[in-house]
Write a protein that binds this ligand. Structure first.
Ligand code: 5GP
Length: 204
């Protein structure tokens, strides 16, 4: 059994990475799944434990940090968030690919913990289009939009830390490009080639 691939997907806020990830999983639901993060934040209306997040107490979270139970973790505002190592590893060992949609800081921590991951950066077609998408969300004031665009530009400067980039001009096409990356990664010649060669030998 081949180990699954850990796909780490980042990109500026408003670029549509969440929609791309959902689409990829929809199209590849037998092979690819999301990692469920753990958090100390209380569940919001409609959120399901084990589906949206694993909701835990601060004590439980801190205990898990001490046990080295996270691939990465971070404090966002007053709450802790983290990627549970065992859940991800179980899925990978079962041959499933796992998608982590995570900010650049988190992605760089994953890179240290799991360098075999595949790091994909989602780009907007242009800054003008990103502005349009952020504005289109509704309530943000002009100063907040400027702040977001400045932040996006800073994030884009991390592109060289990633293996692949996908421009999200069209959602379907962007999802297909991510799937193409997954297919290419699974077609790589790795140490498993010896098993494959043996299989052909046996077949003669
Ligand atoms: P929310 O509370 O709105 O669901 O998420 C708040 C923030 O936490 C978002 O920016 C989200 O990307 C981040 N976040 C969610 N899960 C994780 C995680 O496992 N690790 C890290 N580093 N950040 C996370």
């Amino acid at each position: 059994m081949h180990r699954g691939r850990l796909l780490v997907i980042s990109g500026p806020s408003g670029v549509g990475k969440g929609s791309i990830c959902k689409k990829v999983i929809e199209k590849k639901k037998n092979d690819v799944e999301f990692s469920v993060s753990m958090t100390t934040r209380p569940p919001r209306e409609g959120e399901v434990d084990g589906e949206n997040y694993f909701f835990v107490t601060t004590e439980e979270f801190k205990k898990k940090i001490e046990e080295n139970g996270f691939l990465e973790h971070a404090r966002v505002f007053k709450n802790y968030y983290g990627t549970p190592r065992a859940n991800v590893m179980e899925k990978l060992e079962a041959g499933r690919d796992v998608i982590l949609e995570i900010d650049i800081q988190g992605a760089m921590n994953i890179k240290k913990a799991y360098p075999e991951g595949i790091f994909i950066f989602i780009l907007p077609p242009s800054m003008a289009e990103l502005r349009k998408r952020i504005t289109g969300r509704g309530t943000e004031s002009e100063s907040v939009i400027e702040l977001r665009l400045g932040e996006a530009l800073k994030e884009i400067s991390y592109l060289d830390k990633y293996d692949y980039c996908v421009v999200n001009e069209d959602l379907d096409e962007a999802a297909e490009n991510v799937i193409a990356i997954i297919t290419a990664e699974h077609s790589k010649v790795t140490e498993n080639i010896y098993d494959m060669i043996d299989k052909y030998k046996e077949e003669i």
